[in-house]
Design a protein around this ligand. Structure first.
Ligand code: AMP
Ligand code: MG
Length: 354
């Protein structure tokens, strides 16, 4: 299959040519095909969420385990109603506060949503993205669009169309290239089927923001650490190796000076043994490092820059053939919770405290 790559500006005012591209993409979705498209979080791999056969193609293209459910993306509030059997009060509050935006809500599903989309669960994950390309595509398709991140299962999520092309060329009909995404980490997932909402995955809608909107929010244990064999995470995707570069990644946490010292020591050891070593530092600490492939992930003082660069940097280390990567850790409040959740998983929970 030839994968078409079409550029569509992410600003919202589409030219006649861009409108034609979007219509062509929507037509592919209507006919049961696959289109990758930008969202404000990461690039998504879209298919008609109501078409079980189309959803199966997503699992094939990604090599994704079939019990890992998909998020259905809608263009407006009217799109939500037919997908769910009930909208709990907290669901209404959270949707009103954060839609369109980087937040996914788990509802009890209606009969319209096939089990092939929900990984066999009787709940459905729904999100209304804010990205203009995503919204126009969903609107034109006229169906909810199931769209997991457009990467090969297990790899870092794509934040640029080039990343999607690396993983999906020849496997899908089309990639809409809207340039680099804004946020860079996947949506916050909140289960509103229970009395007290449960955060299943941290994202740019932070715990602090959720508290402000609905009061008490629980946190699924799968967010905090490795999933023990007896424990079933509520978001099935959380049990899989995820976001990972090819290299062995180790996180080093603690006081800044000690962290820098320890990373330098660990890197020097591996460099001496002849390995290719990557170092993930920040603008603030860039000057402290010498040997190895030293890359800044962003400004420590501006955590949104760190989220924005995270996956692109992990992919860059893959391209450079890094065998070991050492990364500085980050405080776990606000957006830092999402950053550390992704980094810890990418590191397979190899975390060194100093
Ligand atoms: P991705 O689209 O690749 O960002 O992954 C979607 C995430 O949403 C996975 O971790 C899924 O396990 C989670 N998810 C999707 N649907 C549900 C659901 N019905 N209940 C709980 N988690 C879900
Ligand atoms: Mg994913």
């Amino acid at each position: 299959m030839d994968t078409k790559v079409l550029k569509v500006s992410d600003e919202g005012n589409f030219t006649a040519k861009e409108k034609k591209y979007l219509e062509e993409a929507a037509e592919i979705l209507k006919n049961g095909g696959l289109v990758a498209f930008p969202t404000e979080t990461v690039y998504g791999l879209g298919a008609n969420a109501l078409d079980e056969k189309a959803a199966r193609k997503i699992y094939e293209a990604k090599g994704r385990p079939s019990d890992n459910p998909l998020i259905a993306h809608v263009a407006d509030f009217e799109g939500l109603r037919p997908l769910v059997s009930r909208i709990p009060e907290n669901g209404i509050k959270l949707a009103k506060a954060f839609w369109p935006g980087p937040m996914t809500l788990i509802f009890p599903k209606s009969d319209l949503v096939p089990l092939g989309t929900t990984g066999g669960l009787d709940t459905v994950a729904v999100r209304m993205p804010s990205d203009p390309v995503a919204r126009e595509l969903i609107r034109l398709a006229g169906v909810p669009v199931a769209a997991p991140s457009a990467n090969t299962s297990g790899r870092p999520s794509p934040t640029r169309a080039e990343h999607v092309f690396q993983d999906m060329n020849g496997r899908i009909e089309m990639i809409l290239d809207g340039g680099p995404v804004g946020i860079g980490v996947e949506s916050t997932i909140v289960d509103v089927t229970e009395e007290i909402p449960v955060m299943l995955r941290p994202g740019a809608v932070t715990m602090e923001m959720l508290h402000e909107a609905v009061g008490e929010v629980r946190i699924d244990p799968a967010i905090l650490g490795p999933v023990s064999p007896g424990l079933k995470p509520k978001a099935p995707g959380m049990k899989y190796r995820h976001y990972a570069p090819n290299a062995d990644l180790t996180l080093v946490e603690g006081e800044e000076e000690k962290v820098v010292c320890e990373i330098k020591r660990l890197a020097a050891e591996k460099l001496k043994e002849g390995y290719k070593v990557g170092i993930i530092c920040t603008d603030e600490t860039r000057e402290c490092y010498g040997g190895g492939l030293v890359r800044s992930i962003g400004e420590r003082a501006k955590e949104e820059t760190v989220a924005h660069n995270l996956y692109a940097l992990l992919r860059e280390f893959d391209d450079l053939g890094a065998q070991y990567i050492y990364s500085e850790g980050f405080p776990e409040d606000h957006l830092g919770q999402a950053i550390m959740n992704r980094l810890s998983k990418a590191a397979g929970y190899r975390i060194q405290k100093v």
